[in-house]
Design a protein around this ligand. Structure first.
Ligand code: PRT
Ligand code: ZN
Length: 298
Protein backbone atom coordinates (compact mmCIF):
# COMPACT_ATOMS: atom_id res chain seq x y z
CA UNK A 1 0.00 0.00 0.00
CA UNK A 2 1.23 3.52 -0.74
CA UNK A 3 2.46 5.57 2.20
CA UNK A 4 0.02 8.41 2.99
CA UNK A 5 1.54 11.77 1.95
CA UNK A 6 1.43 15.06 3.85
CA UNK A 7 0.42 18.17 1.99
CA UNK A 8 1.99 21.52 2.92
CA UNK A 9 0.79 24.86 1.51
CA UNK A 10 3.26 27.71 0.97
CA UNK A 11 3.05 31.08 -0.77
CA UNK A 12 3.42 30.74 -4.53
CA UNK A 13 5.09 34.02 -5.23
CA UNK A 14 5.80 36.70 -2.68
CA UNK A 15 7.80 37.63 0.37
CA UNK A 16 7.40 34.25 2.09
CA UNK A 17 8.22 32.06 -0.91
CA UNK A 18 12.04 32.00 -0.88
CA UNK A 19 12.41 31.75 2.91
CA UNK A 20 9.80 28.96 2.98
CA UNK A 21 11.60 26.97 0.27
CA UNK A 22 14.92 27.64 1.99
CA UNK A 23 13.58 26.34 5.32
CA UNK A 24 12.24 23.17 3.69
CA UNK A 25 15.54 22.58 1.90
CA UNK A 26 17.41 22.98 5.20
CA UNK A 27 15.04 20.41 6.69
CA UNK A 28 16.34 18.03 4.03
CA UNK A 29 13.34 18.08 1.68
CA UNK A 30 14.10 17.63 -2.00
CA UNK A 31 11.25 18.64 -4.27
CA UNK A 32 10.80 18.41 -7.98
CA UNK A 33 8.80 21.28 -9.39
CA UNK A 34 8.06 22.02 -13.00
CA UNK A 35 7.77 25.64 -14.05
CA UNK A 36 4.43 27.17 -12.96
CA UNK A 37 3.40 23.89 -11.41
CA UNK A 38 1.05 24.28 -8.44
CA UNK A 39 2.21 21.17 -6.66
CA UNK A 40 5.72 19.86 -6.08
CA UNK A 41 6.46 16.27 -5.18
CA UNK A 42 8.71 15.58 -2.21
CA UNK A 43 11.27 13.09 -3.48
CA UNK A 44 12.77 11.99 -0.19
CA UNK A 45 9.87 12.56 2.25
CA UNK A 46 6.17 11.68 1.98
CA UNK A 47 5.41 15.40 1.76
CA UNK A 48 4.14 17.42 -1.20
CA UNK A 49 4.16 21.20 -1.44
CA UNK A 50 1.22 23.18 -2.78
CA UNK A 51 1.94 26.72 -4.09
CA UNK A 52 -0.92 29.16 -3.45
CA UNK A 53 -1.73 32.76 -2.52
CA UNK A 54 -0.87 33.39 1.11
CA UNK A 55 -4.44 34.41 1.93
CA UNK A 56 -5.68 30.93 0.94
CA UNK A 57 -3.32 29.02 3.22
CA UNK A 58 -5.38 29.06 6.44
CA UNK A 59 -8.49 27.99 4.50
CA UNK A 60 -6.70 25.10 2.79
CA UNK A 61 -5.80 23.75 6.23
CA UNK A 62 -9.23 24.66 7.62
CA UNK A 63 -10.87 22.64 4.86
CA UNK A 64 -8.51 19.65 5.13
CA UNK A 65 -7.11 20.15 1.65
CA UNK A 66 -3.68 20.55 3.27
CA UNK A 67 -2.35 19.19 6.56
CA UNK A 68 0.25 21.94 7.05
CA UNK A 69 0.95 25.51 5.96
CA UNK A 70 3.56 28.26 6.23
CA UNK A 71 1.83 31.64 6.55
CA UNK A 72 2.13 35.07 8.17
CA UNK A 73 0.63 35.44 11.65
CA UNK A 74 -1.18 38.55 10.33
CA UNK A 75 -3.06 36.49 7.72
CA UNK A 76 -3.69 33.68 10.19
CA UNK A 77 -5.13 35.89 12.93
CA UNK A 78 -7.32 37.84 10.50
CA UNK A 79 -8.75 34.56 9.26
CA UNK A 80 -9.23 33.26 12.81
CA UNK A 81 -11.27 36.35 13.74
CA UNK A 82 -13.27 36.22 10.49
CA UNK A 83 -14.24 32.59 11.17
CA UNK A 84 -15.10 33.34 14.79
CA UNK A 85 -17.28 36.30 13.72
CA UNK A 86 -19.34 33.91 11.59
CA UNK A 87 -19.53 31.37 14.38
CA UNK A 88 -17.40 28.86 12.46
CA UNK A 89 -15.00 26.66 14.39
CA UNK A 90 -11.32 27.37 13.74
CA UNK A 91 -9.61 24.28 12.33
CA UNK A 92 -5.95 25.24 12.20
CA UNK A 93 -3.38 25.62 14.93
CA UNK A 94 0.04 27.28 15.03
CA UNK A 95 2.85 24.80 15.73
CA UNK A 96 5.95 26.96 15.49
CA UNK A 97 7.03 30.59 15.19
CA UNK A 98 9.42 30.93 12.26
CA UNK A 99 12.28 33.36 11.91
CA UNK A 100 11.20 34.97 8.67
CA UNK A 101 8.40 37.24 7.45
CA UNK A 102 8.90 39.64 10.34
CA UNK A 103 6.77 42.79 10.16
CA UNK A 104 4.33 44.83 12.23
CA UNK A 105 0.66 45.58 11.79
CA UNK A 106 0.47 49.20 12.84
CA UNK A 107 -1.60 52.35 12.82
CA UNK A 108 -0.08 55.22 10.82
CA UNK A 109 -1.20 58.83 10.57
CA UNK A 110 -0.33 61.58 8.06
CA UNK A 111 3.01 63.19 9.00
CA UNK A 112 1.46 66.51 9.92
CA UNK A 113 -1.09 65.05 12.33
CA UNK A 114 -0.76 64.35 16.03
CA UNK A 115 -1.88 61.04 17.52
CA UNK A 116 -3.57 61.04 20.91
CA UNK A 117 -3.44 57.27 21.51
CA UNK A 118 -6.06 54.60 20.72
CA UNK A 119 -8.73 56.48 22.68
CA UNK A 120 -8.51 59.34 20.16
CA UNK A 121 -9.65 57.08 17.30
CA UNK A 122 -13.37 57.47 18.00
CA UNK A 123 -15.25 58.54 14.86
CA UNK A 124 -12.12 58.47 12.63
CA UNK A 125 -11.96 56.62 9.31
CA UNK A 126 -9.25 53.94 9.20
CA UNK A 127 -8.28 52.21 5.94
CA UNK A 128 -7.05 48.61 6.07
CA UNK A 129 -6.98 45.19 4.45
CA UNK A 130 -7.27 43.66 7.95
CA UNK A 131 -10.79 44.69 9.08
CA UNK A 132 -11.22 41.94 11.68
CA UNK A 133 -7.91 42.59 13.44
CA UNK A 134 -8.67 46.30 13.40
CA UNK A 135 -12.18 45.80 14.76
CA UNK A 136 -10.78 43.53 17.45
CA UNK A 137 -8.23 46.18 18.42
CA UNK A 138 -10.84 48.96 18.52
CA UNK A 139 -13.18 46.82 20.62
CA UNK A 140 -10.32 46.13 23.03
CA UNK A 141 -9.92 49.87 23.52
CA UNK A 142 -13.64 50.44 23.66
CA UNK A 143 -13.65 52.93 20.79
CA UNK A 144 -15.80 52.94 17.71
CA UNK A 145 -14.28 54.13 14.44
CA UNK A 146 -15.21 53.67 10.80
CA UNK A 147 -13.33 50.80 9.19
CA UNK A 148 -12.68 51.37 5.47
CA UNK A 149 -11.88 47.93 4.04
CA UNK A 150 -9.66 48.03 0.96
CA UNK A 151 -8.05 45.22 -1.03
CA UNK A 152 -4.69 46.98 -1.43
CA UNK A 153 -2.82 50.28 -1.78
CA UNK A 154 -3.94 51.24 1.71
CA UNK A 155 -1.12 53.77 2.10
CA UNK A 156 -2.62 56.17 -0.44
CA UNK A 157 -6.09 56.22 1.16
CA UNK A 158 -5.46 59.31 3.34
CA UNK A 159 -4.13 61.32 0.38
CA UNK A 160 -7.20 60.35 -1.66
CA UNK A 161 -9.43 61.50 1.18
CA UNK A 162 -10.80 58.00 1.72
CA UNK A 163 -9.53 57.71 5.29
CA UNK A 164 -7.97 59.73 8.10
CA UNK A 165 -5.36 57.13 8.96
CA UNK A 166 -4.34 53.59 8.04
CA UNK A 167 -3.80 50.20 9.67
CA UNK A 168 -1.25 48.26 7.62
CA UNK A 169 1.88 46.11 7.56
CA UNK A 170 5.20 47.83 8.05
CA UNK A 171 8.69 46.45 7.92
CA UNK A 172 11.35 49.05 7.13
CA UNK A 173 8.86 51.92 7.17
CA UNK A 174 10.03 53.32 3.83
CA UNK A 175 6.61 52.87 2.19
CA UNK A 176 5.00 54.90 4.98
CA UNK A 177 7.69 57.55 4.66
CA UNK A 178 7.23 57.77 0.88
CA UNK A 179 3.54 58.37 1.47
CA UNK A 180 4.08 60.98 4.20
CA UNK A 181 2.72 58.72 6.91
CA UNK A 182 4.07 58.05 10.40
CA UNK A 183 3.78 54.78 12.34
CA UNK A 184 2.18 55.60 15.70
CA UNK A 185 0.99 52.35 17.29
CA UNK A 186 1.90 48.69 16.75
CA UNK A 187 -1.01 46.30 17.16
CA UNK A 188 0.55 42.98 16.10
CA UNK A 189 4.18 41.85 15.81
CA UNK A 190 4.00 39.38 12.96
CA UNK A 191 6.22 36.61 11.59
CA UNK A 192 5.67 33.45 9.58
CA UNK A 193 4.22 30.44 11.40
CA UNK A 194 3.92 26.74 10.70
CA UNK A 195 0.29 25.69 11.03
CA UNK A 196 -1.35 22.27 11.06
CA UNK A 197 -4.79 20.83 11.06
CA UNK A 198 -6.08 19.89 14.53
CA UNK A 199 -7.54 16.74 12.98
CA UNK A 200 -5.87 13.52 14.10
CA UNK A 201 -3.70 12.23 11.26
CA UNK A 202 -2.83 8.63 10.45
CA UNK A 203 0.21 7.56 12.52
CA UNK A 204 2.65 7.66 9.62
CA UNK A 205 1.65 11.21 8.69
CA UNK A 206 1.76 12.26 12.33
CA UNK A 207 5.25 10.86 12.66
CA UNK A 208 6.40 12.95 9.67
CA UNK A 209 4.82 16.10 11.12
CA UNK A 210 6.83 15.47 14.28
CA UNK A 211 10.01 14.86 12.31
CA UNK A 212 9.50 18.02 10.29
CA UNK A 213 8.89 20.11 13.43
CA UNK A 214 11.99 18.65 15.06
CA UNK A 215 14.06 19.49 11.97
CA UNK A 216 12.64 23.03 11.89
CA UNK A 217 13.64 23.45 15.54
CA UNK A 218 17.12 22.19 14.67
CA UNK A 219 17.43 24.54 11.69
CA UNK A 220 16.28 27.54 13.73
CA UNK A 221 18.56 26.74 16.63
CA UNK A 222 21.71 26.52 14.57
CA UNK A 223 21.19 29.66 12.54
CA UNK A 224 23.19 31.81 14.93
CA UNK A 225 24.96 29.00 16.74
CA UNK A 226 28.70 28.59 16.69
CA UNK A 227 31.03 25.88 17.96
CA UNK A 228 33.95 27.43 19.79
CA UNK A 229 37.21 25.76 20.78
CA UNK A 230 39.99 27.32 22.81
CA UNK A 231 42.78 26.65 25.29
CA UNK A 232 42.57 28.35 28.67
CA UNK A 233 44.22 28.42 32.09
CA UNK A 234 42.25 26.21 34.48
CA UNK A 235 42.18 29.14 36.91
CA UNK A 236 40.31 31.33 34.38
CA UNK A 237 37.53 28.82 33.64
CA UNK A 238 34.81 30.68 35.54
CA UNK A 239 35.59 33.90 33.71
CA UNK A 240 35.77 32.09 30.33
CA UNK A 241 32.39 30.41 30.96
CA UNK A 242 30.88 33.78 31.77
CA UNK A 243 32.19 35.27 28.52
CA UNK A 244 30.90 32.50 26.22
CA UNK A 245 27.60 33.79 24.78
CA UNK A 246 24.59 31.53 25.30
CA UNK A 247 26.51 28.36 26.07
CA UNK A 248 25.21 25.93 28.67
CA UNK A 249 27.92 23.52 29.80
CA UNK A 250 31.20 23.60 27.91
CA UNK A 251 33.26 20.43 27.61
CA UNK A 252 36.57 20.72 29.45
CA UNK A 253 39.39 18.50 28.14
CA UNK A 254 42.80 18.12 29.84
CA UNK A 255 45.84 19.00 27.73
CA UNK A 256 48.71 16.52 27.71
CA UNK A 257 51.75 17.85 29.57
CA UNK A 258 50.24 21.16 30.75
CA UNK A 259 48.09 20.48 33.83
CA UNK A 260 47.40 24.18 34.37
CA UNK A 261 45.82 24.60 30.91
CA UNK A 262 42.73 22.88 29.44
CA UNK A 263 40.87 22.80 26.13
CA UNK A 264 37.32 24.18 26.20
CA UNK A 265 34.71 23.22 23.60
CA UNK A 266 31.28 24.86 23.65
CA UNK A 267 28.22 25.43 21.51
CA UNK A 268 27.27 29.10 21.67
CA UNK A 269 23.65 29.72 20.77
CA UNK A 270 24.39 33.26 19.71
CA UNK A 271 26.80 34.70 17.21
CA UNK A 272 30.36 35.04 18.49
CA UNK A 273 31.69 38.50 17.77
CA UNK A 274 35.30 39.74 17.62
CA UNK A 275 34.73 41.58 20.90
CA UNK A 276 33.93 38.27 22.62
CA UNK A 277 37.09 36.67 21.23
CA UNK A 278 39.15 39.63 22.38
CA UNK A 279 37.60 39.34 25.85
CA UNK A 280 38.40 35.61 25.96
CA UNK A 281 41.98 36.26 24.91
CA UNK A 282 42.34 38.86 27.62
CA UNK A 283 41.12 36.27 30.14
CA UNK A 284 44.01 34.02 29.10
CA UNK A 285 42.52 31.98 26.26
CA UNK A 286 44.60 30.99 23.25
CA UNK A 287 44.20 28.88 20.08
CA UNK A 288 40.66 30.20 19.60
CA UNK A 289 38.63 28.63 16.83
CA UNK A 290 35.00 29.44 15.91
CA UNK A 291 33.12 27.08 13.59
CA UNK A 292 29.61 27.27 12.13
CA UNK A 293 27.15 24.61 13.30
CA UNK A 294 25.33 22.87 10.48
CA UNK A 295 22.83 20.65 12.25
CA UNK A 296 21.79 20.14 15.85
CA UNK A 297 19.48 17.58 17.44
CA UNK A 298 18.89 17.92 21.15
O1 PRT B 1 -0.08 37.13 -3.88
P1 PRT B 1 -0.22 36.90 -2.43
O2 PRT B 1 -1.57 37.20 -1.87
O3 PRT B 1 0.29 35.54 -2.03
O4 PRT B 1 0.83 37.90 -1.74
P2 PRT B 1 0.65 39.28 -0.92
O5 PRT B 1 0.94 40.40 -1.86
O6 PRT B 1 -0.63 39.27 -0.16
O7 PRT B 1 1.77 39.11 0.16
P3 PRT B 1 3.29 39.60 0.26
O8 PRT B 1 4.17 38.66 -0.52
O9 PRT B 1 3.44 41.05 0.04
O10 PRT B 1 3.50 39.33 1.83
C1 PRT B 1 3.36 38.06 2.37
C2 PRT B 1 3.56 38.14 3.87
O11 PRT B 1 4.85 38.64 4.15
C3 PRT B 1 2.65 39.09 4.62
O12 PRT B 1 1.37 38.54 4.89
C4 PRT B 1 3.43 39.31 5.91
O13 PRT B 1 3.21 38.24 6.80
C5 PRT B 1 4.88 39.25 5.44
N1 PRT B 1 5.54 40.58 5.33
C6 PRT B 1 6.74 40.88 5.88
C7 PRT B 1 5.12 41.67 4.69
C8 PRT B 1 6.09 42.67 4.84
N2 PRT B 1 7.09 42.15 5.60
C9 PRT B 1 5.91 43.97 4.23
N3 PRT B 1 6.77 44.84 4.36
N4 PRT B 1 4.02 41.91 3.93
C10 PRT B 1 3.87 43.12 3.36
N5 PRT B 1 4.75 44.15 3.49
C11 PRT B 1 4.46 45.42 2.74
C12 PRT B 1 4.22 46.67 3.58
O14 PRT B 1 2.86 46.75 3.94
C13 PRT B 1 4.61 47.77 2.61
O15 PRT B 1 3.53 48.10 1.77
O16 PRT B 1 5.55 45.73 1.96
C14 PRT B 1 5.67 47.13 1.74
C15 PRT B 1 7.09 47.53 2.08
O17 PRT B 1 7.25 47.65 3.49
P4 PRT B 1 8.27 48.67 4.13
O18 PRT B 1 7.78 49.00 5.51
O19 PRT B 1 9.58 47.96 4.18
O20 PRT B 1 8.35 49.88 3.24
ZN1 ZN C 1 -2.00 37.91 -0.02
Amino acid sequence: MDEPRLRLAIQKSGRLTDPSLDLLARCGLKISRGKDQLMAYGENMPLDVLFVRDDDIPDLVQEDVCDLGLVGLNVLEERRLALAARGHPVRFEALRTLEFGRCRLSLAVPDDQAFGGPASLGGRRIATTYPYLLENFLRGHDVSAEIVTLSGAVEIAPRLGRADLIFDLVSTGSTLQANHLREVHTVLESHAVLIRTPVALPPLKDEWVERLVMRIDGVQQVRESKYIMLHAPRAALDEIRRLLPGSESPTIIPLEGTPERVAVHAVCRENVFWETLEGLKKAGASALLVLPVEKMLA
